[in-house]
Design a protein. Sequence first.
Length: 361
Amino acid sequence: MSAAGSAAGLDARLVVRRPGFDLDLDLRAAPGEVVALLGPNGAGKSTALRALAGLVPLADGHVRVDGRDLTGLPPERRGVGMVFQEYLLFPHLSALENVAFGPRAQGAGRREARRRAAEWLEHVGLADQASARPRALSGGQAQRVALARALAVRPGLLLLDEPLSALDAHTRLEVRAALRRHLAGFAGASVMVTHDPLDALTLADRLVVVEEGRLVQQGAPADVARHPRTPYVARLVGLNLFRGRADGGTVALADGGLKIDAVTSPEGDVFLAFEPSAVALYRSRPDGSPRNLWKARVTAVESRGDRFRIRLDVGGGEAAPGGGPEVSADVTAAAVADLSLAEGVCTWVSVKATEVRVYPA
Ligand SMILES: Nc1ncnc2c1ncn2[C@@H]1O[C@H](COP(=O)(O)OP(=O)(O)OP(=O)(O)O)[C@@H](O)[C@H]1O
């Protein structure tokens, strides 16, 4: 839709300037759509969310929700729902009064506000905690009350800042499932900041990746996970990622001179990606000389649950492996023992051409 501002959902351009940092981000979210903002520390995710809320002034740009121009309005007049770490529940109010606060502030009568609050507590499964004070609630319950409080104002836009980060692992699972249900039932647009790839992949319809104040990649979670376009995204989803030039199914990597064969590949400038689990390691040169076989030096061995992630410096020739690109491999504990994998050890590495994905840069 055009700048006329009649589009439903969120339509924003957020420009924020600070010494040493500037954010310039176009952000759209359709009604019912959940957008996750991802990015490294200091990328500007929280700044973007706060700019949408009216807590950080815009140097330029606009914020429109359902065609209504919110640019320049103070936070309390935006009608935006917020689940932010610093907007904790009011400690002196009961769960019910906390949720009723928004509707009251919007002008609903006391009884009507309490009725709506009770309905919301019921929705989030906390009807029996209506009279409890926040400190009597568990972390997960408090977070569900915060969500009820945000939704009770019937916002056109819901903003969530790391909604699950303060919870322990078990509670996180529970609240993630509840949050997913509520987001699915929410008719407005949602924007969520998260550090956790699992939250992003399970809760969002679309990922928007921000680095140094700019959008670097966006798309459906599965698409972004399969086709990362920056090293940050590749690390986030645990893929090996390289830039290179493809010629007839062989990609010459931009860094280190290595060549990798793929089964199908476009021509020209490409990204090349493969899973750490697609990398095989051998003590000695394997028979039959598969394609994509290199000598490498182990630079790190990291434990990850029931597997180990091995970081390898690949290339540099058989006599002196190293000095090439970094490749990650996931192997079992048995393989670590069999191959005596440890920092500095040399090993043979192969990746099947069928496991290599190549896509245009
Ligand atoms: N209140 C503030 N005053 C001045 N600078 C700030 C303020 N808040 C953040 N910054 C700076 O603005 C930049 C963007 O920070 P922001 O918190 O938005 O990033 P982020 O992507 O949310 O990072 P994180 O993942 O660490 O929370 C950083 O350089 C940060 O140091």
